[in-house]
Design a protein around this ligand. Structure first.
Ligand SMILES: [Zn+2]
Length: 174
């Protein structure tokens, strides 16, 4: 009897976890850099990729110095897959059909934070065709959504905008 109960329990927990890890964005043509908390995905053919990778890494470092990322302040452990995509890809409504475009009036985007159906992974998208100041501000903004997520604050726009503005001013970057 005990075995049966254990088996049922295993089934119940393993099926949702499996379904959750199916990637929504096709990354098969992209190169990767693993930085621990973030894995960066980028295209070698994107002429801005080197500059934007450096910029994202610097933004992440500035972001992590401005928020508390400890076991005590966070409620869950979530890694982020960061996609650095050119404008024609990030704004392709077919490639990016999993985003809820209607919710922001179907406007083109500089970045997006996507809570895929996974317990421990999220996807963050940034537009590498953006002017540098916009790219930096978007990085801060989307990273703040990740912070809201891992601290169980609930995702909301006003604090993310305030945070990115403050960090932009502090570093005189955007
Ligand atoms: Zn936002």
């Amino acid at each position: 009897m005990h075995y049966l109960i254990f088996f049922i329990f295993l089934l119940a927990v393993s099926f949702p976890a499996k379904a959750a890890d199916v990637p929504v964005f096709d990354r098969s043509d992209l190169s990767t850099i693993n930085l621990g908390t973030s894995t960066i995905y980028f295209s070698q053919s994107d002429e801005n990729h080197k500059e934007m990778i450096d910029s994202y890494i610097q933004s992440f470092s500035r972001f992590s110095q401005s928020v508390e990322l400890t076991d005590r302040s966070t409620c869950k452990d979530i890694k982020i897959d960061v996609f650095l995509l050119e404008n024609n890809i990030i704004n392709d409504r077919d490639d990016m059909s999993f985003l809820d475009w209607e919710s922001w009036g179907d406007k083109n985007i500089w970045g997006a934070y996507f809570r895929i159906n996974s317990q421990n992974r999220r996807e963050l998208f940034l537009n590498t065709s953006a002017p540098m100041d916009v790219f930096v501000e978007s990085s801060f903004h989307e990273l703040y959504h990740w912070y809201q997520d891992i601290t169980c604050l609930g995702l909301s726009e006003a604090p993310a905008r305030e945070f990115s503005k403050k960090l932009c001013g502090l570093h005189n970057q955007c």
